[in-house]
Design a binder for this molecule. Structure first.
Ligand code: TMP
Length: 227
């Protein structure tokens, strides 16, 4: 079974303004006859949403936080993302593993090598499409690490994001972090882009909403995925 769908993730610091553009792209793909799976991380399954509530609501040490996020990711991959990619859907995911490198790695200073190990382990396609033990005939000959085909990164200076967030809904554990934390998260995203230039598309999120939308749409059109 091959995963012939399209996997696109969306990243940026809190306040970067991803949401309207993700739903805009979902509408654009649907209008061209593509089945769309719209989802988010942490979350996307009943179990992963429970883990999300813990991660965003409770104080915990950095390793516990990273493990819960990757546990949520595995459940999401097994139950939502991999089946959708096998069906041939366009999967639009509001945040994925780059957020872990930016927030837990950059923001919290968590060990990047350990995050890479967890990434390889959790995103391996072994056992994803077969039984959980990985014993099924669908066990892949060569193990592949599932990652997005494209990551749209909404890059906004942390100072501008803070202005946008001020007065918004009650901030969660991350949104209430000081500016310095978001400077490190933004640096985490920049480092991640440097490591994966072929996958990342950087969007200047300080432009008007319409200009940002045009830029996002253009990235996907240039890939030949939307006309
Ligand atoms: P959201 O508000 O964009 O849905 O994201 C939830 C929060 O969780 C956001 O502040 C970023 C944070 N987060 C992490 O710290 N690590 C991760 O791996 C992910 C996916 C999100």
């Amino acid at each position: 079974m091959t995963m012939h769908g399209l996997f696109i993730s969306f990243e940026g610091i809190d306040g970067a303004g991803k949401s309207t553009h993700i739903s805009g792209l979902a509408d654009a793909f649907s209008a061209q006859g593509r089945a769309v799976t719209l989802t988010r991380e942490p979350g996307g399954t009943p179990l992963a949403e429970k883990l999300r509530a813990m991660v965003l609501g409770d104080a915990m040490d950095p390793l516990t936080e990273a493990l819960l996020i990757f546990a949520a990711r595995r459940d999401h991959l097994v139950n939502v993302i991999a089946p959708a990619l096998v069906r041939g859907d366009v999967v639009l995911c509001d945040r994925f593993t780059d957020a872990t490198f930016a927030y837990q790695g950059g923001g919290r200073g968590f060990d990047l090598d350990l995050l890479s190990t967890l990434e390889q382990w959790v995103q391996s396609d072994e056992g994803l499409l077969g039984d959980p033990a990985g014993n099924s005939p669908m066990k892949p000959e060569v193990e592949t690490v599932i990652e997005p085909h494209l990551t749209v990164w909404f890059d906004l200076p942390p100072e501008a994001a803070a202005v946008r967030l001020a007065g918004a809904r009650l901030p969660d554990k991350f949104e209430s972090q000081p500016l310095e934390f978001f400077r490190k998260v933004a640096q985490g995203y920049a480092d991640r882009q440097r490591g994966h230039p072929e996958r990342f598309a950087r969007i200047d999120a300080s432009q008007t909403r319409d200009a940002v939308w045009q830029a996002v749409r253009q990235v996907v059109v240039a890939k030949g995925w939307l006309s």
